[in-house]
Design a protein around this ligand. Structure first.
Ligand code: SF4
Ligand code: SF4
Ligand code: FES
Length: 275
């Protein structure tokens, strides 16, 4: 089937332009297969990232027909269904562009430094500092391991980061990938830094409160991590802590009121204030 590819090409600091390539491909060909053919058969200067070709490494993330996705996961047939192309006289057109919220190095290759720095900032390693060192490795039960399944499926492809509406206006926001990783650390039974991790995300709009709940990260994530749901999990943890802190204050007040009641009449003036 004849398909027209329009690829946004750019060298850093130069104006981007759309370049057109025509291909005859089968419906089962992935978008990465098509890009490989364009590079090998028509234009060796086209730049894009790839590695595993099997939805494992996260390298081939790019914008395919308007949404961030893995080029090795999406295929021509699936894209045509989404495009609903019905005209018989013109070939369907696929538009391919680099990820957003990250600077372009060349064509479909973006500089991921910000993405990695923000991941590093949340300390994405299990902290065992508070444990005494055991003779054997730290064991987990199956139930404990199950808690990690969803958020640890992240392959760091950057699709969620590219779609994030908050990052378009607030570059301080740590990003859906880093918050999904934070949730993965919080639920890890071996990690001893839970309190620090939760507190760190309760600061201004840099952490979880910066998320506008637009759902885009949930929709595009190719691994079913559902970053926005993981952000909601952290928000709930913060609110639970605040609730328990509040009730501690209330408990403290009640004890104080009782003490005043048991005391002499000279302290009764302050009772209204305490209640
Ligand atoms: S739901 Fe939140 S984190 Fe996810 S893309 Fe939207 S603003 Fe970004
Ligand atoms: S959360 Fe999903 S979209 Fe975001 S980096 Fe991980 S795998 Fe990619
Ligand atoms: S090439 Fe590895 S995820 Fe696409």
């Amino acid at each position: 089937m004849k398909i027209q590819f329009k690829i946004l090409r750019q060298k850093s600091n130069k104006r981007p332009h759309l370049q057109t390539y025509n291909l005859d491909v089968g419906l089962s060909a992935t978008i990465l297969d098509c890009l490989n053919r364009i590079k090998w058969e028509q234009d060796g200067t086209l730049a894009f990232r790839k590695n595993c070709r099997n939805t494992i490494c996260g390298s081939c993330s790019m914008i395919i027909n308007g949404r961030s996705a893995l080029a090795c996961k999406e295929n021509v047939g699936g894209e045509l269904k989404k495009l609903r192309h019905s005209r018989k006289d013109t070939p369907p057109t696929m538009i391919i562009a680099p990820l957003e919220n990250l600077p372009v190095v060349k064509d479909l290759v973006v500089n991921m430094s910000h993405f990695w720095r923000k991941l590093e900032a949340i300390n994405p390693y299990v902290s065992i500092k508070a444990h005494s060192i055991p003779k054997r490795e730290f064991m987990q039960t199956s139930e404990e391991r199950l808690q990690l399944n969803q958020s640890s499926s992240c392959i760091m492809c950057g699709a969620c980061y590219s779609e994030c509406n908050t990052l378009k206006v607030n570059s301080d926001f740590v990003g859906p990938h880093a918050l999904a990783k934070t949730q993965r650390m919080i639920v890890d039974s071996r990690d001893t830094a839970t309190d620090t991790r939760i507190e760190a995300q309760d600061i201004g709009t840099r952490g979880v409160w910066g998320c506008t709940r637009c759902h885009f990260c949930n929709v595009v994530c190719p691994m079913g991590v559902f970053p926005m749901d993981q952000i909601s999990y952290i928000k709930q943890k913060i609110l639970d802590r605040k609730d328990s802190q509040d009730s501690r204050v209330i408990r403290h007040r009640k004890v104080l009121v009782n003490l005043v009641k048991q005391g002499d009449g000279s302290m009764s003036v302050s009772l209204d204030y305490l209640l």
